[in-house]
Design a protein around this ligand. Sequence first.
Ligand SMILES: O=C(O)CCC(=O)C(=O)O
Ligand SMILES: [Fe+2]
Length: 389
Amino acid sequence: MQSNLDSKAPPGRIENLLRPEVLDAFDRETFEREGYWVWENVLTDEGRAQWTKSLTQLQAMNDAIVRDTDWGAIDFGARGLEPPDPEKITPEFLETCCGGSEQMKFVQRGLRDYMRIHGMLGPEPSLVANGFESQGMFPEYWPAGYDDFILNATTAHPQMMELFGKILGPGFLLDHVIMLNRSPGSVGRRWHAHPYRQGQHEVEDVIGTDKSLTKEYLHQQCVRTLCYPEGATSEQGGEFAIIPGAHLYRIPFKWSTTRTDYDIEMESDWLPGKIHAFTGEPLRIERLSLPPGSMVSFGHHMPHHVGHRNDDANVRWGLLMAFRTPDPTAQPNDIKIEWQRAGVRQSVLGPISTRWNESAPVHWAERMDAEGRLSESCRRLLEADKPIG
Ligand SMILES: O=C(O)CCC(=O)C(=O)O
Ligand SMILES: [Fe+2]
């Protein structure tokens, strides 16, 4: 009986990944009112060990591709891309791009999108993946393509799908899943928030006003869930901070501009006069200290901040899982999405196929599907907002 069950288990699945009592304790009303939810110690011991192991291996794979690929030999021009700056592909420079996320400063404009859509899979020379199979993109930007456990946890595992269903409602889509491993000395990220899709539905600009404050939770959401298998504490740095209730101003704070604000600037420039819509109390910064095995979920309008990681700390392992509600106004195969904001015409590359949504790693999904390896659940998450047929 047991072996029968095992043989049917999808690759990489850990049956008891989350602690059911932590999952059950979710309170929708508090989440909508405060704008975030901490899933403290939600990973089982087995789940936590595997999550750390997977992120460690994925970072090593990313580093290996960065080091081993002959970047100067790749014909970027033939792919319609600028070649990288020669100074940024020396072995010494590439070494500074390893060990953590958001460090690949040699990646030129357009390369990440190119890899997501077409994959850099040939003609040779292409990405070099020694000892594992290249998926045509960096593990940092699509870790699920290189790790069965992460693929299962982020696209199919029933407990994880239950967690995402609690924060998004039924029928959510994948927005992006990326690694956010903060290496020792990382400066983290200054205060910012995010838009829903490309920002075409936003009612406020990047600084915003107090005009949109409401008690009504926005149901068209992109909710981010960060998993920190080894924790993210103030003692070690790289800790996460939010502002309870600030999401009710519906401001995608500095999502598309340079972000320079530490707490002190936030407190002097942005917070004064802003209140919690439910309590009337002044908004205040809350610095979270998350123990190992924890996750935190928050809506896209919630401003958040990541502190500096201590030089003597180890890597802060992190996986960002962003999912969103489908957009009823999305057009199938809408290659270029255009809209007006503050009288200025904006445009962005939208869905590039009738089948998948704009965030899908298209070539990977096509290949997996052709090989019969795409789970039903993963296919649904990557599908277009309004699938054809
Ligand atoms: O935890 C981090 O390192 C970054 C978090 C963040 O800014 C995000 O998930 O949008
Ligand atoms: Fe963010």
